[in-house]
Design a protein around this ligand. Structure first.
Ligand SMILES: Cc1ncc(COP(=O)(O)O)c(C=O)c1O
Length: 356
C-alpha cells in the first residue's frame, strides 16, 4: 500500500519568517539575520575553491578543518564538536539520538518554536511538556526540573523574549537534572561575554550546546551550525549524520568567518550599539522593551496600541518584523536589529502610528 505515515499527514510544519525576493526593497527585520555582509575573507575562500576546481570532489565528511578552527577559538578539542547543516540539523540529530517512543521532552514556553516540530518529525508516541515562563519572562527552573523529561531544550538567550538566563543558573540546573539538556546558544554572541556554557558541555555528560553561523557570523544563507558535547556523546551522534552533511563551500566560508575575529568584533559591537539606541528610543515612545541579550528586541506597544496592528502596519510600510500571536507573545512584536538606517525607518513608522 502506498501510504505516508499518518503522523506526517497531520504534521504542522515550522513556519519560518517570510523571505521576500532578494531584489525587493523590503526592510527585513523578521528572521534575526545580520544586517552586515560576512567577513571579506569569505569571498577569498570561495574564490580559491572555484579557482582550484575543487567542487567536483566530495567535501571533508567531518568538517575537520572547520572543527579545528572552532576548537581553537573556544579552547576545546575538535572531538567535542559536530558540525551540522545549520544548528537546526544539530538540534534534530540530538532529538533523534535521545528521544523515542514514550519519551518526554520539556521546554520553557515560549522558546524556539521549531522544537515541537523536530519532536513531531522524529517521534510518534511521546510527551511534550511546555513549561510557561515566569511573570518576569525567566525560566521556571523548578518546574523544568519536576518535568522528569528525557530532554530539556531551551534557547539561551531565549527567543523570542531576548532574555538571558545566568550561566550559573543553567549549570546549576544541568547538575541537578538527571536527563539531557540542550542549551541552544544561537544568539549568545550578542550577550555579555562569559555567558556561554560551551566549555561546560565538554565535561558534563548530560549537556549539549548548539551554535550557529547564521546570526553573528552573517552566514544564514550558508547553513552551518555545530553541536558541542563530551567526546563520547559527540561520537555517538556523529553516527546519525549524513555522510557529507556540510558542503565544501560552507565549510571553507564558515572557517574564513570564524577566523576573522577582528571583523566579527566590529559588526557585533555595531549591532550592540544599534540595539541600545533602538531600545532606548522605543522606550521613550512609551513601549516596554525586554532587556535584550540578542540581535533582536521583544517589544510591547503602549497600552492603547495592539502588537498585531503594528506588525501589519509595519508590513504595509515595507518593514517586515515578526509577530507570534499566542500566549505571552500575543502582546509583543519581535524586531531584528538591522542597520542604523533600518532602525530609523522602524522608529519613524512607529512615531506615525503614535501620532494618529
Ligand atoms: C533559537 C534558535 N535556534 C536555532 C535556530 C536555527 O538556526 P540555523 O539553523 O540557521 O543555524 C534559530 C533560527 O532562527 C533560532 O532562533
Amino acid at each position: 500500500m502506498k501510504e505516508f505515515r499518518k503522523e506526517l499527514l497531520d504534521l504542522v510544519p515550522y513556519t519560518p519568517g517570510e523571505q521576500p525576493s532578494s531584489t525587493s526593497q523590503i526592510i527585513k527585520l523578521n528572521t534575526n539575520e545580520n544586517p552586515y555582509s560576512p567577513s571579506p575573507n569569505c569571498a577569498k575562500a570561495l574564490n580559491e575553491i572555484m579557482a582550484l576546481g575543487l567542487l567536483r570532489k566530495y567535501p571533508n565528511p567531518s568538517s575537520d578543518s572547520l572543527r579545528e578552527s572552532i576548537a581553537k577559538i573556544y579552547g576545546i578539542s575538535k572531538d567535542n564538536i559536530l558540525v551540522t547543516n545549520g544548528s537546526d540539523e544539530a538540534i534534530r540529530l540530538l532529538f533523534t539520538g535521545i528521544l523515542g517512543n514514550q519519551s518526554t521532552i520539556a521546554s520553557p514556553d515560549p522558546t524556539y518554536s521549531a522544537y515541537p516540530v523536530f519532536a513531531d518529525t522524529t517521534m510518534e508516541d511521546y510527551r511534550f511538556v511546555k513549561v510557561p515562563l515566569l511573570k518576569d519572562f525567566h525560566f521556571d527552573w523548578q518546574s523544568l526540573l519536576a518535568s522528569k523529561a528525557d530532554l530539556v531544550a531551551f534557547a539561551n538567550p531565549n527567543a523570542p523574549t531576548s532574555l538571558l538566563e545566568a550561566k550559573e543558573q543553567v549549570i546549576d540546573f544541568v547538575e541537578k537534572f538527571p536527563g539531557f539538556v540542550l542549551c541552544d546558544e544561537a544568539y549568545i554572541d550578542f550577550a555579555e561575554p562569559g555567558s556561554s556554557c560551551i566549555q561546560d558541555a565538554c565535561s558534563k555528560s548530560n549537556l549539549f550546546v548548539s551554535r550557529t553561523f547564521s546570526k553573528s557570523y552573517a552566514l544564514a544563507g550558508l547553513r552551518v551550525g555545530f553541536l558541542v558535547g563530551t567526546k563520547e556523546n559527540i561520537s555517538i551522534l556523529h553516527k546519525l549524520k549524513d555522510s557529507y552533511n556540510v558542503g565544501m563551500l560552507d565549510q571553507a566560508i564558515a572557517k574564513a568567518a570564524i577566523e576573522d575575529i577582528g571583523y566579527f568584533n566590529q559588526i557585533t559591537s555595531q549591532i550592540l550599539i544599534t540595539r541600545k539606541r533602538l531600545s532606548q528610543s522605543l522606550m521613550q515612545l512609551g513601549c516596554e522593551v525586554v532587556v535584550s541579550s540578542t540581535n533582536f528586541l521583544f517589544v510591547k506597544p503602549p497600552s492603547s496600541h495592539k502588537a498585531k496592528d503594528w506588525f501589519e502596519k509595519l508590513k504595509n510600510n515595507g518593514i517586515f518584523i515578526r509577530y507570534f500571536g499566542s500566549g505571552v507573545s500575543a502582546d509583543y512584536i519581535r524586531i531584528t536589529i538591522g542597520t542604523d538606517d533600518e532602525s530609523d525607518s522602524v522608529l519613524k513608522a512607529i512615531q506615525k502610528f503614535l501620532e494618529k
